[in-house]
Design a protein around this ligand. Structure first.
Ligand code: XMP
Length: 514
């Protein structure tokens, strides 16, 4: 690995993404790998530090996720968090047992400030605990360096072997000095220099893209969403007019969105881009007709996108590279990184067809989280109103229409969504809700309107608060706003006679419906 990197080994804990983000916030690049990753691969990566995450298992049970003892003998500083801490003790000869009390929530912590982990931290502070098992005996060579009332080993260290174990969660903001503790690990213990910054990311990416592309031609799939817009501007900065941006109107965009995207990136907009708009509604509708299985819909949309790009590339001639705005959570959720199962095939990752007629696909944002993409966008001088737009998925309304897709259903969801967005903005809530939209359920029910029986569709309204889009809470929209939206949708959108508000958080739900 040329770039200074700390790796996070994922044991299935819920805060794993957060650990990686916190390390990156220290300006050190960080990636997540499954606990099943081969030790030789880890050696090859030669990371500056290795963090073992929490997880739901008990490390002393036979089938629990584990790691090789060799991991602790590489001379690379290892930090175990929660399950990771217990596993470190278990593997190295300490003892982990079920505790008589479960420690959960904000907990008072007493630390030994002599430990490098706790440099600059007060002796008495607050941490976030969440565990059943506890370390009842440290492994030989370790000394305890933090305790709580119920936890005799809240942290332990063996500085000589550069091994550190923390029972609590420094990555969670409730651990008041968590950021400092991770900062200490990364700088004082791993000796990182901290060269991961957005301006250097942008500069380095531009340089790397120029080197790779040379004087070749590049095609960028532009949807007008944050990710692909940032990717397009980055590419255009790198290779100028060698880049052509293709915007596919697949007939699954929000109301008026096609024209809005064209106004920004087309010839009348502020960017000097080769911009092609392809109105491909019909071919998408034909391919999707009668298909109701979500993964199949995603795959069809993903494949059709690529086919349109290939056709456009042929017209331009000799295009070697296709650029996509894939970001890190897309990669993780599509099951290509870390320990996660396939949640859904993001159209631009797992949704790719087997054969793609380009020499190479360039995904310059593949390593970034959403907020990092936004930072890169600002760094590139993209206006704030574009950078902070709410995300819109590539498969568009296709995954917000439950079941099969028809032009008529698209019209209903477009109109309902436009009303919803208008009212949320009018109520001044659009800045505080991170993503909100209307979806069309596949449910029809009986209603009555103007003395007539109706048998129409139900619209679901979704609004979530989230930072990283990996977890989310339903937003608390005032009832009168919801009521107004409901009234307008029922009155103005033909074919809809019922409106629901979706209260589900993520997990267990996802943000989109399919
Ligand atoms: P989910 O539904 O997975 O959504 O909780 C998380 C975030 O990702 C967006 N999303 C997608 N974006 N292609 C995209 O570009 C996709 O296939 C896709 N699926 C979901 C979603 O809008 C939310 O912001």
């Amino acid at each position: 690995m040329k770039r200074e990197t700390v790796i996070v080994i994922d044991f299935g804990g819920q805060y794993n993404q957060l650990v990686a983000r916190r390390v990156r916030e220290c300006n050190v690049y960080c990636e997540i790998y499954s606990y099943k990753t081969n030790i030789d691969k880890i050696k090859e990566m030669n990371p500056k530090g290795i963090i073992l995450t929490g997880g739901p298992n008990s490390c002393y049970l036979e089938d629990s996720p584990s790691c090789s003892k060799e991991l602790f003998e590489l001379g690379i500083p290892v930090l175990g968090l929660c399950y990771g801490a217990q596993l470190m003790m278990h593997v190295l000869g300490g003892k982990v047992e079920k505790a008589s009390v479960r420690e959960y929530g904000k907990t008072e912590l007493h630390v030994d400030t002599e430990s490098k982990l706790f440099t600059g931290v007060e002796e008495d502070t607050m941490c976030w605990m969440s565990h059943f098992d506890y370390i009842s005996k440290t492994a030989p060579g370790f000394r305890v360096c933090a305790q709580t009332r119920d936890c005799p080993v809240a942290a332990a260290e063996d500085p000589e072997r550069k091994l550190y174990a923390i029972q609590f969660h420094p990555e969670v903001l409730h651990t008041v000095r968590g950021k400092e503790i991770l900062h200490n690990y990364v700088y004082q213990i791993c000796g990182c220099a901290g060269d991961w910054k957005m301006d250097s990311f942008v500069e380095n990416s531009i340089r790397a893209i120029r080197e790779k592309v040379g004087d070749g031609k590049v095609l960028c799939g532009l949807s007008g969403g944050v990710d692909s817009s940032v990717a397009a501007v980055l590419l255009s900065r790198a290779v100028g007019k060698q880049l052509t941006c293709v915007f596919v109107d697949h007939g699954l965009l929000r109301k008026d969105e096609g024209d809005e995207v064209e106004a920004v990136f087309g010839p009348e907009g502020p960017y000097d881009l080769n911009f092609i708009r392809v109105n491909a509604q019909d071919r998408f509708y034909i391919k999707l007709a009668g298909v109701d299985e979500p993964e199949q819909k995603r795959k069809i949309i993903g494949e059709e996108f690529i086919r349109v790009f290939e056709e456009e590339a042929k017209k331009i001639g000799a295009v070697d590279y296709l650029v996509q705005g894939t970001i890190y959570p897309d990669v993780v959720e599509s099951g290509l990184g870390g320990e996660s199962a396939v949640i859904k095939s993001h159209h631009n990752v797992g949704g790719l067809p087997d054969y793609v007629d380009f020499k190479e696909i360039i995904e310059p944002l593949r390593d970034l989280f959403k907020d990092e993409v936004r930072q890169a966008g600002l760094e590139l001088g993209i206006p704030e109103y574009l950078v902070f737009r709410q995300p819109f998925p590539g498969p568009g309304l296709g995954i917000r229409i439950v079941g099969d897709i028809t032009a008529e259903k698209v019209r209903m969801v477009q109109e309902a969504d436009a009303i919803y967005r208008e009212e949320v903005a009018r109520a001044g809530l659009d800045r505080e809700i991170n993503q909100y939209f209307a979806a069309l359920t596949n449910m029809r029910s009986v209603g009555v309107m103007g003395d007539e029986r109706t048998y129409d569709y139900a619209v679901a309204l979704r609004a979530v608060k989230t930072i990283d889009f990996m977890t989310a809470e339903a937003a608390d929209i005032p009832f009168e706003v919801l009521n107004k939206v409901m009234n307008r949708i029922i009155n103005e959108v033909r074919g809809v006679n019922r409106v629901f508000y979706d209260l589900t958080s993520k997990p267990p739900g996802t943000i989109e419906f399919e």
